[in-house]
Design a protein around this ligand. Sequence first.
Ligand code: NAP
Ligand code: SF4
Length: 676
Amino acid sequence: MSKYEAIFKPLDLGFCTLKNRVIMGSMHTGLEETKNGFDKMASFYAERAKGGVGLIVTGGIAPNFQGRVHPFALQLSFPWQVSKHKKITKAVHEHDSKICLQILHTGRYAYHPLGAAPTTSKAPISSFKARGMSKLGIKKTIFDYANCARLAQKAGYDGVEIMGSEGYLINQFLAPKTNKRTDKYGGSFENRSRFALETIRAVRKKTGPNFIIIYRLSMLDLVKDGQSWEEVVALAKQLKEAGVNIVNTGIGWHEARVPTIATMVPRGAFVWVTEKLKKEIELPVVATNRINTPELAQEILDSNQADMISMARPFLADPDFLNKAQDNRSDEINTCIACNQACLDHVFQNKISSCLVNPKACHETEYSKEKSNTPKKIAVIGSGPAGLSFAVEAAQRGHFPTIFEKSKEIGGQFNIAKEIPGKEEFRETIRYFQKQMEILNIELHLNKEVDLNFLKASEFDEIVFASGVRPRTPKIEGIEHKKVLSYPEVLYHKKEVGKKVAIIGAGGIGFDTAEFLIHDPSHQSESMDQEAFFKHWGIDTSYKDRGAVSPKERPTPFREIYLLQRKATKHGRFLGKTTGWIHRQSLKDANVKMLKEVSYTKIDDKGLHIDTPEGSTVLEVDNVVICAGQYSDNELYHEFKEVDARPAHLIGGAEKSMEIDAKRAIKQGVDLANRI
Ligand code: NAP
Ligand code: SF4
């Protein structure tokens, strides 16, 4: 029996029963717009249904053209579109799971000029102004929602989720911030909520009683002039009568400058608001955001904070999440580390979504599940993300990898990342690989630096060089000075660092090092301390004002930091699309001085001498930390290639140190293991 009993307790909705308490939350994958997208989506969703999810919600589909996210986004409005969707519903139903189509009208978040909103306005995150809807336009839009739901029903969906949060159209009607209408759809709460309620009623009328309607309710707008708590409750209380079966939680508008799902957000940080609402209504409520383990899901359900749990990205990371939980194998779950690097960041770059820790996500049709016909003995040199992902995938395909790691532990650069406050989740990936190595009996030799003679004398069929990178030491006068430290010395070896620090290099590692150094090591990081997180980002859990926003309380930085680069561009320009702003804001809040167009003259007892467009100066710092990129560690590969004819492969940072990141490294490992 599963120890996560609460998760696997069925939920009876009257006309249908959900087999467990977990919803796979809506995610746009980019497959929606690709060639053969419906076949690919069918495989993607089927894999998750097979993995045990009780109820899946699709990515958002527009009910009409104006509501599309961008001009080529999916819309469901015409009977001829139904048959394509049947591929998805059939594939999911074959695995005894249910699936709802999310109806999403973007309103003023449309990335095209035909967007329509309650009032003419332009969102700060959109390049286009949306025009205010006429009364006829509203009537027509409500019809379109109902029509879309009816077509979804015809396509075999078990229900729909009506997207009423994250600052999309319905949310725009509800909030005084974006609804300045003076007719019966604007002004009082009764008027502002009219569009939401009429839409739900129209959907219910058109689909009949035996069709699931989930309403995604914005419980926290996190923007000024958003909804008040009283309004959220008043709307929630009317949802049942209007025809809703399940209330899902929506947190924060997309334009809110508050992190809501990124890795520095504490796990389960927003469950309190779902719990607060649950006390007010009878409908089942769903907790969301930063729930990524069965333990946390179970705890939320057990303590009656919610009736269901929605997880989205965790099912990209591991489609078998629930099967593993059911069999009490949660330590085998490939945990979503909330990095956004391959999922949301891809969506915002118009690329197909995937997952940093599971590059097969959304590419299910491209990988075979067959074992290799020619099992091989393979030496893997290095146990960073590239080496580990290769070894695990190769072993799963029937090969016999042996890992040689020169340090005392596996993980490579992840052992540095996991030390950064707000990046604790990276530990989970190391745990996942460790467990898989045990299950697959992968031979591991720690503290073992192999050399050419060893490889030449070995009997391996192929060699994979995943030996990673070495930090670059820039040529600056005085670089040997005792106040100079490399980033591994600071982050990994925890060398003592003074109170005033200059960081040379403002790439991802420079940012990470700055984040590490502004924190007092004797204090828990914000990502582990919900109260500190709420205060820093101005989230008012007492919900005094509309939108639940309050003035930010900046934490006192532990050190005075200069973050330096030679380029003239904005600091952190190459950080993740959806998380870069958080890293930048966090450092700004800690008064980190970001200097650009810097030339480094020398380092001496006085400090770091620099030239900037403003002139020459000395930064009188206790330490200078070098975060100036890396070199590939691949000499052994080249030596081996010269003297040995056996196949040799170079992956990860050892192959290319520029823009080395874990996403590329893990994907290279998995892909190579599928080719070999
Ligand atoms: P990086 O992004 O290439 O940055 C290296 C920095 O060093 C740049 O700011 C560069 O800026 C400077 N630099 C390069 N050569 C130099 C020299 N000779 N003298 C002085 N400065 C020099 O490398 P990284 O910071 O080591 O990051 C490695 C990879 O890890 C990146 O691809 C990044 O994507 C990834 N990563 C990402 C994150 C994140 O997204 N939060 C965190 C960690 C790592 P100037 O040339 O302008 O001085
Ligand atoms: Fe989670 Fe990162 Fe994978 Fe996205 S890319 S699903 S955030 S681990």
